[in-house]
Design a protein around this ligand. Sequence first.
Ligand SMILES: [Zn+2]
Ligand SMILES: [Zn+2]
Length: 404
Amino acid sequence: MKYNILAFAVPLFVVFMLLEYFVAKQKKLKLFDLHRSIANVSIGILERLTDVLAAAVFYGVYDYLQKTYGIFEIKPTIAMWILLFLGTDFIWYWYHRLAHEMNVLWAVHVVHHQSEDFNYTVSARITLLQAMVRTGFWSVLPILGFPAEMIVVMLLIHGLYPFFVHTQVIGKLGFLEYFLVTPSHHRVHHACNDEYLDKNYGDVLIIWDKLFGTFKKEDEKPVYGLTHQLNTYSFMWQHFHFFIELWIMVKREKTLKGKIKMIFGSPNLIDPAAREKAESVFGIKHHEEPLQQRLNNYVVWQVIFMLITLFFFILFEFELGAMEKFLFTTFTVLTLINCGAIMEQKKWVFAVEFLRMLVIGSALYIYNADYHIVTFFICAVLALLALFYRTVEERYLSVVYQEQ
Ligand SMILES: [Zn+2]
Ligand SMILES: [Zn+2]
């Protein structure tokens, strides 16, 4: 059997998150908010999952580009590995800088910056869309002639490093501060203090920021998150709110030139009122205060369950068929939406539970030889629900939201 050892990234990250949590607790630092951590980890779960599905496509793109358009024939010598490392990091700097300077790219990168906390769980805030945009930027490498095998290995190493800089428990790191992106540098990048905005874009090396004038040392205490905080745990909203705001702004522009300028221009062009308009259209609740209500264990257990199943899903990825992958992905996405909706105290979460049951029912149908029992089971559930929908819904909501 062939295993995908990348699965071990999941427990590795979880161990570091727990370690940071206990260190912070010992130092009496309040670095973790349960709701925010769940929102962060939820985004990471979907990214890991979709990345597993998309990795072959990314590899294929690099391989095709190198074989078709590769300018030089590059062999994996030490000098070339060093050059590849520098090239990867240099392209990252420009990808990241443009992701902060152009609305259309900020729409996908903004997800990484929504958390008002700063801890290891924040590093999980990457989405498939971000991965796709990055792949686009890194396509320069195969065109230069770097083979896909080399690029993929480099991206793995390059992808692991930034996890470790998302922490407040590590102070400044002496001489490493001169050339590496350290936790201190990245704290500045995630801060919304005026003097810290649009600084420290580097991923592994901080030299690019120093070279291109975007470097800032950590002096005053950073305040984390967006300049205009999102204040919602809605899973979908975190992913798509900026696309909708951008759409509202583009529609408002009268000329084609104005529309193009809005799409490729700076996020500063976005009127803060566009957020409010988008929120009112989609009925998004705005928490002025963090949720006081005790979070139901149900959400915590669902996240734990998803992390465990995600580990096994990645580990046995090569053994799974397309249908199994589809069902697992659908179930996971529904569960993530469900968790976000519970934190938002949405009543429609009950309907999401049905969709999840439908996926389980379909899986039983596909993988169970005894269709009669499954059919009977599904019919019985449907009949019971048709009869007692309101009562079941009320009971469910009162249990989930712990209403008396
Ligand atoms: Zn950024
Ligand atoms: Zn970051």
